[in-house]
Design a protein around this ligand. Sequence first.
Ligand code: NDP
Length: 449
Amino acid sequence: MTSSATDLIEDLFTRTVERNPGEPEFHQALHEVLESLGPVLVAHPEFADSGVLERLVEPERQIMFRVPWVDDSGRVVVNRGFRVQFNSALGPFKGGLRFHPSVNLSIMKFLGFEQTFKNALTGQGIGGAKGGSDFDPHGRSDAEIMRFCQSFMTELYRHIGADTDVPAGDIGVGGREIGYLFGQYRRITNRHETGVLTGKGLGWGGAEVRTEATGYGAVFFMQEMLSTRSERLEGKTAIISGSGNVAIYAIEKLQQLGARPITASDSTGFVIDEQGIDLELLKEVKERSRERISAYANRRPGARFVASGRVWEVPGQIAIPAATQNELGPDDAAALVKNGVIAVAEGSNMSCTPDAVELFRQAKVLFAPGKAANAGGVAVSALEMAQNAAREHWSFEKSEARLKSIMVDIHSAALQAAERYEHPGDYVVGANSAAFLRVASAMLDQGLV
Ligand code: NDP
């Protein structure tokens, strides 16, 4: 890389951090992308000349709003709502809604920035956004969840639309919440506009495979990575974190393809089940009765619940973190490497800290960043939008085949870009470079906006 490209990137990073103080997750995501773009910027000086980078790090629009609602005891609760519309050069803004007490502007901006690149990788014509609230759904009744969703949508509806911005689920937002949000949107606008949200119920505009897409997609990506080293999923022991949407369907696809996932976790601890996770029991505990993960071990002979300790210390050949950002640090990466891990695919966004990623790089562990490995969810959301626009409903088989081919394409786009931009086999550089080229080219074509 030339020193002028390095200087440009360092200068932009320093200025962006200064303009966005107190946003560590956003800074981390920015740094990870910017530091890998040197070779692309040298090959394409036109992007620097037209200020594409400066525009790319500034969201097009950031919305913060009050979400007042009444809990079951009659008490007024006020939460904060967010929608960060990061970049719409490639299509309408698109990205999930997260309901979790940790949600703040930094986390929304990191997720919106990542989403812009992820969505570009899918090749589906969608821009990047993220939203959510610091509302904590744990322990809330269905009626409280509904009242919260209705209040949240009473502001959000002004900013979204099938050709403007199309939210979906993320942590704490699944089929139940999307249903309540859609109901309120329909009521306020008097429009049954299915294209306004994705992740809808199958009976009212939802797409087959959307629920499974992120987990399945991460496993398809893992399969592609392994094949570059003539390795297969069959017989591999898999270490998984989380026990929500992404984790459950990663476990399902791993089992279907002959691997043996043996762990799952939530914020209270993890379970280890050497016989292989009992998927039906996991779904019963987490999807239907919404219990803590320890309930799995209580009902499964031979399984253990570990309240303190790290799931990454459990030996396995492949790993899919699928809970939240920065859940896998350098000590965890060192433990995985020591135990002989050969591939890690991020199911959660920015699962691994930069030090952990560096350790994987040094140990030549195959490593897929979330923006590539977990893009299956948003890719199938884009298929849901296409089906809504055409008033069609595709079969499970057709949708899964499309998901698989999109994941295979993302894998080869990332691998080819890594090769072209001087980092063969490095999926971080490859995914960032390939995605940047798509977004930056569209921005250049569309002039100074
Ligand atoms: P869910 O809410 O369905 O599940 C989240 C899981 O992660 C739960 O087991 C939860 O445990 C655990 N978790 C969440 N926050 C923490 C935390 N701070 N510490 C420990 N455990 C935590 O979310 P999803 O499965 O949808 O999302 C998981 C990850 O995947 C997120 O990073 C999300 O951004 C990413 N992702 C999701 C997509 C989707 O389609 N759903 C698409 C692409 C990425 P607990 O219940 O105890 O909090």
